[in-house]
Ligand binder design. Structure first.
Ligand code: GLU
Length: 290
């Protein structure tokens, strides 16, 4: 069972600088901020810029400006994932020493092409075909210099962690982790030191985050994060997966909803109070403590 996290509440908002912040981000940031402040705790900001091909420094500047304009403040220095690759490599090395990762040479096409591949919350589940390659075959293929990914052997990790794996969510309650539902997720690629799952789990632990707040679209990810925490010996935060704000078409906000970027709303004369009103009008009212 989960030991309650000691100390005061620490939350974070962790945007990826791949575009402007929209109303959905504003809700998520305010949600994390209020949960920390209500509890007399701390609010952190983290820039998730591991994927350098999609992230741009100009968006980081915009994010900081937009959040400050909204009235938020946060602790400095702001953690930028691109400055902490060593932390992710160290976690991978620990998983490797435990025999829990393996290189996978299958392309995305290989995986989607296998017609009978069952689907998980992140798309087709990986069949695990590279899991059984011999050490020699692995070494030979890696020496070829082609691309490969490092995957978590979920079954092995699960066996190591044991069946009694839980996390506490403010809305869903105590939840038994089912990491198998995501299959052998990618933890790194040859040229990328960490996937989202690995970087987020390591960062939340290193930053001392005690209450992870994010949208329900990432609820499934928590199952795998909980497994990583168990095998890496990391503390277990509590979670608050909030409902997603919906746009006028009833769909969740996306970066393509350009008219709803905070920047554009501000340029059109809207104030931070208007933003809060807009969030409330769309049902984003739940600023309750976990
Ligand atoms: N960086 C992620 C995003 O922008 C959020 C990750 C998280 O909160 O765990 O969607």
């Amino acid at each position: 069972m989960i030991a309650p996290s000691p100390g005061s509440v620490v939350t974070r908002f962790a945007p990826s600088p791949t575009g402007g912040l929209h109303l959905g981000h504003a809700f998520s940031a305010l949600h994390a901020y209020h949960l920390a402040k209500q509890a007399g705790g701390r609010f952190l900001l983290r820039i998730e810029d591991i994927d350098q091909s999609r992230c741009h420094p100009a968006f980081i500047t915009n994010i900081l400006e937009d959040l400050a304009w909204l009235g938020l403040d946060w602790e400095t220095p702001v953690r930028r994932q691109s400055e902490h690759f060593d932390d992710y490599r160290a976690a991978l090395a620990r998983l490797d020493a435990l025999g829990l990762i393996y290189p996978c040479f299958c392309s995305r096409k290989d995986i989607t092409r296998s017609a009978d591949a069952p689907h998980g919350p992140e798309g087709p589940l990986y069949s695990g075909s590279c899991r059984s390659l011999s050490p020699d075959a692995r070494a030979a293929r890696m020496a070829n210099g082609g691309p490969y990914a490092l995957r978590l052997d979920v079954t092995k990790a699960r066996n190591l962690a044991g069946p009694d794996l839980w996390f506490e969510d403010a809305l869903q309650g105590l939840t038994r982790a089912a990491p198998e539902s995501l299959g052998d997720v990618v933890l790194a690629r040859r040229d990328t030191p960490a996937s989202y799952h690995l970087a987020v789990t390591v960062d939340d632990a290193l930053q001392g985050v005690t209450l992870v707040t994010r949208g329900t679209d990432l609820f499934h990810a928590t199952h795998i994060h909980r497994l990583l925490q168990a095998v890496l010996g990391l503390p277990v935060p509590r979670y608050h997966h909030h409902a997603l704000l919906l746009n006028a078409d009833g769909k969740r906000f996306a970066k393509r909803d350009k008219a709803m970027t905070l920047r554009d709303m501000r340029a059109s004369g809207r104030t931070p109070v208007d933003i809060r009103r807009e969030i409330l009008a769309r049902g984003g009212t739940v600023f309750t403590a976990c």
